[in-house]
Design a protein. Structure first.
Length: 164
């Protein structure tokens, strides 16, 4: 069982001291899925959403979200992101509930003493929220789920790859 490092001797929350850690290249990839009505996906694809190009705006919002992660997650360190890449995979075939989906994938990179997992996960979450915001006028039933870290590399703990 891993030891929790975000608590001081008094049991109070603290930001972990990473000053003694080696700077290494660190890469993390996360994913989230937005579920929406087929008509909503068609409107996105045809550029018929009144607020504009949904995926372009969501892409920018995801990058901005990654950059703002330490402002949102209290114990995250401000880090120098050298890259944040966001992509979308549209699934037009409805599932058993009649919903189509957009899968968002974000990869964040840095070189430093701490990882970028939270930045990648924040990026996909903010991109998903942006899709919802831009399309809620026509589809308030949208949802997103499956927010997960897919992989990470670098640092003392090494490489992680999500199974399945």
């Amino acid at each position: 069982m891993a030891e929790f490092t975000h608590f001081n001797e008094s049991g109070r929350a603290r930001m972990v001291d990473v000053s003694a850690k080696d700077s290494t290249e660190r890469i993390a990839t996360a994913q989230a899925t937005v579920f929406l009505q087929p008509e909503t996906l068609e409107n996105i694809q045809r550029g018929k959403i009144a607020k504009g190009d949904v995926l372009a705006v969501a892409q920018v919002a995801g990058v901005m979200g990654a950059k703002k992660t330490p402002d949102l997650i209290p114990m995250c360190h401000p880090i120098l992101l050298v890259s944040v890449d966001i992509s979308f995979k549209e699934e037009p075939q409805p599932d058993l509930k009649g919903r189509c989906s957009i899968t968002i994938t974000a990869t964040a990179k840095t070189t430093g003493p701490t990882g970028v997992e939270m930045e990648a996960m924040t990026a996909v979450s903010v991109a998903a929220l942006t899709i919802y915001d831009m399309c809620k006028a026509i589809d308030r039933g949208m949802s997103f789920s499956n927010v997960a870290l897919l992989s990470k590399s670098g640092g003392k703990s090494g490489t992680y790859s999500r199974e399945g």
